[in-house]
Design a protein. Structure first.
Length: 252
């Protein structure tokens, strides 16, 4: 969407605050021995307290209030009583919600406790590349150029990017124009970032794989070779200078 009024700005900020604070609280709540269903229920109560409605349930009938992906799950993991959190797990929590007609979206990957599998460099790369990429965005910049920046920065650290998971526009719907803000350079994508547009920028940084596939549950995205993937995401407003980060309270 294009932010056109003060009401748009306040609405987007409120929705973004709700998802950002929910995500931050869920990260702090996660403990070894807890299952992901319990963590999701905690997030659901937080969203309810903010007056927000889970976007995955509202828009897609997803079987969970939030997406919680563990270890070799890349995205869209289904919360489950059978998925227990353990020390050293790579966890991704993605929280999106609608509040009074506006949507916010953000995600965060982290290591639970001690880094037993040596994945902290991957997680740090995803987070740091997202923050660096945000600084490259302003009105008139080609989307493909920012995708190339993310891809190059990942390669410099010895990682790859996932090419079929992308960022997107957001606002009155969870997914709006532009439909795709990829983490790689697409020379055929001539679209540019527009002033006052709202986007959800995401990094999908991988140890080896470039693509993910849908698992047998019909939702969870996994790599074919068992690679690990880290993701971080902010909701932003594009300006003539650096973007305004609406989900800054999530701790990224």
């Amino acid at each position: 969407m294009i932010v056109q009024t003060d009401a748009d700005l306040l609405g987007m900020q409120a929705a973004s605050n709700a998802v950002a604070l929910t995500l931050k609280s869920m990260i702090g709540y996660a403990k070894p021995g807890m299952n992901t269903f319990e963590l999701d229920e905690y997030g659901a109560q937080l969203l309810k307290n903010y007056g927000a409605i889970s976007a995955p349930i509202k828009d897609y009938k997803f079987p969970g209030y939030t997406c919680i992906s563990l270890n070799k799950e890349a995205a869209h993991g289904i919360p489950s009583k059978g998925k227990m959190l353990k020390e050293g797990d790579l966890i991704n929590i993605d929280v999106s919600a609608e509040l009074d007609g506006y949507y916010g979206d953000n995600g965060f990957s982290f290591i639970l406790g001690n880094d037993l599998t040596g994945l902290q460099p991957l997680v740090s790369a995803s987070r740091e590349i997202l923050l660096a990429a945000i600084k490259e965005i302003k009105a008139g910049v080609r989307i493909a150029v920012v995708g190339r920046f993310i891809q190059q920065k990942a390669a410099e650290r010895g990682f790859k990017v996932i090419k079929n998971l992308v960022g997107h526009g957001i606002g009155r719907k969870l997914h709006e124009d532009p439909d795709e803000i990829p983490c790689f350079y697409d020379p055929y994508n001539k679209a540019v970032f527009k002033k006052n547009s709202v986007i959800a920028l995401e990094t999908f940084i991988s140890t080896k794989a470039s693509f993910v596939k849908e698992d047998t549950d019909g939702w969870t995205m996994i790599t074919r070779d068992g690679s690990y993937v880290a993701q971080h995401e902010h909701t932003l407003i594009v300006t003539n200078e650096e973007p305004t980060i609406l989900t800054w309270q999530n701790g990224i």
